[in-house]
Design a protein around this ligand. Sequence first.
Ligand SMILES: Nc1ncnc2c1ncn2[C@@H]1O[C@H](COP(=O)(O)OP(=O)(O)OP(=O)(O)O)[C@@H](O)[C@H]1O
Ligand SMILES: [Mg+2]
Length: 303
Amino acid sequence: MPASEAIKILVTNQKGGVGKSTISANLAAYLAIQEGLGVSLIDFDKQASSSHWTKKAPDIGIRVSRAEINYQSVGMALLSARANLRKYSSGVQISICDFTWTPAMSEDFMTDFDIVLIPSSSAKFEMASTEIFILEYVQKRMARLAASKQSLIVVPSRVDPGYASQGSFTNLDFLANCFIAPPIHRTPEIDSYVYQDFLCVCSDKAVADNFSAFGKYISQKIDERREIRRTLSISGQSINREIAKKVSVLDDYRNRAKSLGFYGGAANAEFNQELVSDEAQGGTQEQSFSKRFVPSFLRKNDK
Ligand SMILES: Nc1ncnc2c1ncn2[C@@H]1O[C@H](COP(=O)(O)OP(=O)(O)OP(=O)(O)O)[C@@H](O)[C@H]1O
Ligand SMILES: [Mg+2]
């Protein structure tokens, strides 16, 4: 991948209403205003929230495009998504895609990005579903991820200002390429900024500072990606043949979620409670599973 090619950022989660569009539009603005970068915002969202925001707010030179995917087949969906990504990423330094993840899209599309941002609230069930989403993806595309060193970044979204990111998402702790971004706080008066102003420069200093801290973190990750691109070996690392049968953390997780009637989307108070009581007993079972069953090249501590 040429060093001059746009750094591609995907903002996604299979869950709706987690803040994807808010984050996409405002991250685009932060990178354009505060970092002086040429940014392209690609809106795959049917409601087109992020592109509306970017178009209605003061013009700061972000290139905004609506992208349509042809869902006739999985192959066609991947092809049209990639065509849009390529087309709208040319001639800029950064491209940001706002996309609600769907099983109709191949994970290959996700591997095309340098950075994947996954917004998630701090509600237990949403954190768990975000963890499953990431672990399933990592399991399916392990070889590719080991080679590309793609950054997966969970973004705690709409959280209370007192929220501490550290210690949350413990099932992801072992993944070398997975990070937790500084949280984006719940902004009760966000409706007064929607389409009017960008959060990083809005009149409420606390809101502006909070979003800017997130933006700065992502900007550092972008610099890291540029460095990684320079040093990436094309061959990547060899695949541990034991992987497939060993990554049982997911099955355990899934079965547990299923038995509680949670897996598949419905929030379940019982499941939340179980997670809480697990923590009270000092660490989750999944955590110890993950340590044993995840291949060494994806483990943080073995580096
Ligand atoms: N930090 C925040 N504080 C308060 N409200 C927020 C925050 N971020 C987003 N919201 C609100 O939550 C709702 C969902 O946000 P947003 O549209 O960004 O999510 P989304 O993931 O793009 O949703 P969809 O899946 O519908 O595309 C919106 O009404 C938005 O104004
Ligand atoms: Mg949206």
